[in-house]
Write a protein that binds this ligand. Structure first.
Ligand SMILES: Cc1cc2nc3c(=O)[nH]c(=O)nc-3n(C[C@H](O)[C@H](O)[C@H](O)COP(=O)(O)OP(=O)(O)OC[C@H]3O[C@@H](n4cnc5c(N)ncnc54)[C@H](O)[C@@H]3O)c2cc1C
Length: 398
């Protein structure tokens, strides 16, 4: 296990989390232990929603939000401690993470007082679940090419939205979607966009699950056919949606990555255990790859702590740009290592939960270098923003 960041400051908090998890992740909630993480994101959704409400009852949702908005106002170091102990206790993947980590902080920064009053308490309480409607067919890496349209209903002032979003994680179990749409006729690229919040349960919205190669159905296509967004549910000014959408992405590199690394550590430990059992640990190349993976995980931890400034240093500048590339490629390589350690067994579906977990790890980790910005896009960002290289040609539209 990775060592702790600053034990002295967080010892009491860590003990509080450990005790609370020990008392609450039991009984009806026991099946949730270690469930719902990457590749298993559609597991037990209703029970995980109940778990969110259980967390809320203990004050363990939105722990980094300011106290005035119902959070605990924890420092970055304390949030890291919470995430690590939560994951170490087997806490399930958080159904509320998009509300808590993305739209909530965006509303705190840019929302109207009435939006904060309506939406934040329901995110905090585990009552509303959110999904992110950015990508479209033909608009993923090049998000500004999106074509979903929003037009004003002259009778009510509401916005009527038509178009298609794709790869929308958890839409099938969410209540609300925040979406980027084109609201100015004839506009192109980043101009003329609007950032809207829409309830998903309404006649103009159809959700089709997309089956992933691991068998899960964590993401979806979302079709809008004159779906309605209230005029009050626009964040920022109509036409200025791009800046809100980008600000929201800035909240994405959160402290939850430290909890994610605890899950990575468990996966690596499972690979080590199986390598010992099936003899793969005797193969020199496998041993070296395992050792390299361990070093890589330690490096990831220190990178994450530095990026967040949780190790006492000031948050990094351009070095932070490399973190997504670093963790996603490390994890994708871990998936390959898992398959090589399993050897021929990797190809056989069985009831052995440990083998199934590694197979899922391999299959799902292929997506790590796609979502949140593909490898190629990350490298472009590092080259252009970090190293001052010339921008790649982007055509006349963006
Ligand atoms: C598991 C998962 C969950 C997701 N969840 C969501 C979600 O909840 N909401 C949401 O809105 N989206 C979500 N996405 C979508 C994700 O954001 C997109 O898949 C991603 O932005 C890439 O877009 P694309 O799939 O359209 O690929 P494309 O952009 O079409 O890219 C195809 C290939 O071309 C390369 N490429 C593209 N442009 C360039 C360039 N300029 N230079 C060099 N190479 C380039 C890419 O790197 C890639 O290899 C999810 C994706 C995955 C895999």
């Amino acid at each position: 296990m990775p060592e702790r960041a600053v034990p002295d400051e967080t010892t009491a908090l860590r003990a509080e989390v450990v005790n609370w998890m020990r008392a609450h992740l039991v009984g009806d909630f026991a099946p949730l232990r270690h469930r719902g993480h990457a590749g298993d994101g559609d597991a037990l959704p209703e029970l995980r929603k109940r778990w969110e409400r259980e967390l809320a009852s203990g004050g363990w949702t939105c722990v980094g939000w300011p106290r005035e908005h119902g959070g605990r106002g924890l420092s970055i170091t304390e949030q890291v401690a919470f995430q690590e102990e939560y994951a170490r206790a087997g806490g399930p993947g958080r159904m509320g993470h998009i509300g808590e980590g993305l739209i909530g902080p965006t509303l705190i920064a840019y929302g109207t007082e009435s939006q904060k009053a309506r939406f934040l308490p329901r995110i905090l309480g585990g009552e509303d679940f959110w999904c992110q409607g950015y990508s479209e067919p033909g608009a993923g890496s090049d998000l500004a090419a999106l074509r979903t349209r929003a037009t004003r209903d002259p009778a009510t002032g509401d916005w009527l939205v038509s178009g298609q979003k794709i790869w929308t994680s958890l839409a099938h179990v969410s209540d609300w979607i925040f979406a980027l749409a084109r609201c100015e006729e004839g506009s192109v690229g980043r101009k003329g966009l609007i950032f809207l919040m829409l309830p998903l349960r309404q006649p103009g919205v159809t959700i089709h699950p997309i089956r992933q190669m691991g068998g899960g159905e964590e993401f979806n296509s979302v079709f809008f056919d004159n779906a309605r967004a209230s005029a009050e549910d626009v964040v920022g000014e109509p036409g200025e949606g791009w800046s809100i959408a980008m600000a929201l992405l800035g909240f994405e590199r959160g402290v939850s990555t430290l909890g994610q690394q605890m899950v990575f550590a468990e996966e690596l430990q499972l690979i080590i255990d199986i390598a010992r059992e099936n003899g793969a640990a005797h193969a020199p190349v496998i041993r070296q790859r395992i050792a390299r993976a361990w070093i890589g995980l330690r490096a990831l931890r220190f990178s994450a702590l530095r990026v967040l400034g949780a190790d006492g240093s000031a948050p990094l500048g351009r070095e932070a740009l490399g973190y997504k590339y670093q963790w996603s490629n490390w994890h994708r390589d871990l998936g390959r290592l898992a398959m090589d350690v399993l050897g021929g067994d990797a190809n056989i579906i069985s009831d052995d939960p440990r083998r199934a977990r590694l197979q899922q790890l391999f299959l799902f980790s292929r997506a790590d270098t796609i979502y949140g910005g593909t490898n190629e896009i990350q490298l472009n960002i590092i080259a252009e923003q970090g190293l001052g290289m010339p921008r790649e040609p982007r055509g006349s539209l963006t």
